[in-house]
Design a protein around this ligand. Sequence first.
Ligand code: KE4
Length: 425
Amino acid sequence: MVSNRELFEEAKRYLPGGVNSPVRAFKAVEGEPIIVRKGEGAYIEDVEGNRYIDFLMSWGPLILGHAHPEVVSAVREAVENGLSFGLTNPYEVELGKEVVAAVPSADRVRFVNSGTEAVMSAIRLARGVTGRKYIVKFDGCYHGHYDSVLVSAGSGVATLAIPGTPGIPEEIAKLTYVLPYNDIEAVEKLFEERGEEIACVIVEPVAGNMGVVPPKAEFLEKLREITRKYGALLIFDEVITGFRLSYGGAQKYFGIEPDLTTLGKVIGGGMPVGAYAGNESYMSQIAPEGNIYQAGTLSGNPVAMAAGLATLRVLKETNPYGELEKKTDRFAGEISKLLTQKGIEHTVNRVGSMLTVFFTDGKVESYEDAKRSDLKLFARFFKALLKNGVLIPPSQFEAWFLSTAHSEEILNEALERIERGIKEL
Ligand code: KE4
């Protein structure tokens, strides 16, 4: 039998860092990555046969758990008829109809192949319809690896961004303003000074990429007011929250309608899917109907659409959101009790079925707060849990996800394993 380590060494020969996405290399937790052979419900199994109760859940798509029978059979049925046609197929029409019916602000939707592509396209659309070039994002929010949003908070008052990585010209980075999340005064101030030149504000309505940080009361509402007042578009990046917080996403959960919405993860059921949606006046400007161009060979891929459709159908039929919220709230509370018993300072933020345990004593309402967490302690916590058969995201700044496959008895088993892990800290 091959070991995780052997396979990872081989992976590094062919793939930069041995991965196809950096966070999978476990660098943030100074750990040895596991190589996963299969997933089943709330469990995953690595190539050595070790089984873990999974709270990473592929970073969010698997709200029904791994390999849900209805999703697998829908994919099997679709794939029997071919994998891609390069022309419209019935599945994408059906999923389009489902998304438009569910997402309050969506009159129409365009499918793409990742959250990044959805964000890239939504920002191009916002710039196209407004004729403006500046955009606003929030520090600690992640919107994929598109140049205009892969930027870091600049220094100085104007908070003009700087490239978040080599390879992004500062001419592009400086078209992005980065403001502190949950700081509505900073938004008001920037719009008073530069509102007329801002095409859009993109925000995670519940931040998941600094760890879970909920919006402060009225933050989203005020964002809606300010953007409308200055003619800027409000983009809710619901790649995580879409169909996760409710069947209509965060915009339904909070009752606030953005101009554009980006989606991903859950709507693909684990297959590569992204989407952007909005009202008629915006979406009608997308080629070939309008002149704002965006395209993709595998966009609307029948097999991916079938996986997303099956996922949404099960969610719509079973409406698991209330139960998921209750289970996650109890689970988060029990973890907090275990850490308190051990005298470990922590804060647990939870919204719906997504949570983060921060190893810091204060509240976590911004990226600044989140960055005060004890990353060394998080790394030890991560490794102690992994050793005891529980997988959480290998980074302090990510969200744990529960699914309908995480039954009460599996959660109790997970809590026993977490307790053993905490005792070893
Ligand atoms: P993708 O291009 O990775 O499908 O989506 C980018 C994206 C956009 N918007 C939000 C709110 C997101 O969370 C993401 C991607 N999420 C990360 C982890 N939270 C993906 C994990 C990874 O990069 O491997």
